[in-house]
Design a protein. Structure first.
Length: 351
């Protein structure tokens, strides 16, 4: 496939500032249509970026316009229903994280996508950072040996988003489902995607709908959903994840804490031959009998651009994406394990 006709569903901030921007910069790509429940926003975006078609419903788009691939940027709970409609029509799917909210629904979709030979990619942007790519190369070259322990952390001081993100019916969860999914996926990927054995997790609403002065929050552009002001999810999560290969991951996530804020996802890897930290990228190894600490030099990249270009290339060449539907399912399974462990107040064991 040379030229790829793309449709975008859900025209929030990320669709406009990232997906539309980088799709327009990509060769052999045409944004054929956009859709949003707010039809006026869909029309405005289509006019602003000279996109020929705008719709209110995904099904309407699929029926009226020839689409090769779709980018889904809607609330989490709607990812799989829209992806299912696309797969039924043989349309390749890119969906923002997480892949969905219900494991059985995700499994059913993946079976359909396989039968229809539809590619699925989940938007785990941090896999496309330059520093994480360098760290992954070290890990794949066995620079660290067997990684037996990893730590992943992402704390915000006052960074709880507004809108549908705090509504469990639409988001499926809170901080863990929103920003925690990135930290979990990135650490798990750097560890070599080991199979989960058990999870002990704790989630809670610590600060909730705080009214701290002189702070700002990111807000969904869906004004209708924002107006509902539902807040029934966690803003803090921690977990201890054991894998079947004997390794362990410690995970800490918060939208809001009374403490220091992390500038980026903080990941540490500890192996029997070496170790590393991600923020900043640092490698620890023994050389000539001495423990050394090195900081690789590199030019930064634009992760969203790399992510979009990767998806388009996968569609053109019919190759499996770096983060496919199966990876998305495994990450969601671990997130559910964290929630289940917290709800049941005990360790959750996986067969």
């Amino acid at each position: 496939m040379e030229n790829v006709n793309v449709g975008i569903i859900g025209l929030g901030a990320i669709a406009e500032t990232s997906h539309i921007l980088h799709l327009n910069d990509s060769e052999n790509v045409t944004i054929a249509a956009v859709a949003d429940l707010d039809i006026n926003r869909a029309k405005d975006i289509a006019e602003k970026y000279q996109i020929p078609h705008s719709f209110q419903e995904a099904e309407e788009m699929f029926n009226e316009v020839t689409i090769d691939a779709v980018i889904i940027c809607t609330p989490n709970q709607t990812h799989i229903p829209i992806a299912t409609l696309a797969a039924q029509m043989g349309i390749h799917v890119f969906m923002e994280k997480p892949i969905g909210t219900d494991l059985q629904d995700v499994n059913d979709y993946l079976e359909l996508a396989k039968a229809k030979k539809v590619l699925t990619m989940v938007g785990m942007t941090h896999r496309f950072r330059r520093d994480t790519g360098i760290l992954k190369e070290y890990a794949e070259q066995q620079a660290f040996g067997d990684v037996y322990y990893a730590k992943a952390k992402l704390f915000r001081r006052r960074g709880t988003p507004k809108g549908w993100f705090t509504n469990k019916a639409l988001a499926g969860g809170g901080a863990m489902m929103d920003i925690g999914v990135h930290a979990l996926d990135l650490a798990w990927w750097l560890m070599g995607n080991p199979q989960v054995q058990s999870i002990t997790g704790k989630t809670l609403n610590g600060l909730g709908n705080y009214q701290t002065k002189y702070t700002s929050s990111w807000e969904s552009k869906n004004k209708k959903l924002n107006a509902e002001h539902v807040f029934d999810v966690e803003d803090f999560s921690s977990a201890w994840i054991r894998f079947k290969n004997g390794s362990v991951l410690s995970l800490e996530i918060a939208w809001a804490v009374n403490g220091e804020q992390d500038g980026n996802i903080d990941i540490e890897l500890f192996g029997n031959k070496g170790g590393a930290t991600l923020s900043p990228l640092t490698i620890f190894k023994e050389e000539n009998g001495l423990l050394s600490k090195t900081s690789p030099l590199y030019e930064s990249s634009i992760p969203f651009k790399a992510e979009i270009e990767h998806f388009i290339e996968c569609v053109q060449t019919n190759t499996t994406p770096l983060i496919d539907g199966n990876d998305g399912y495994e990450v969601l399974k671990m997130i559910h394990g964290i929630y289940d462990s917290s709800d049941q107040n005990k360790e959750v064991i996986f067969e």
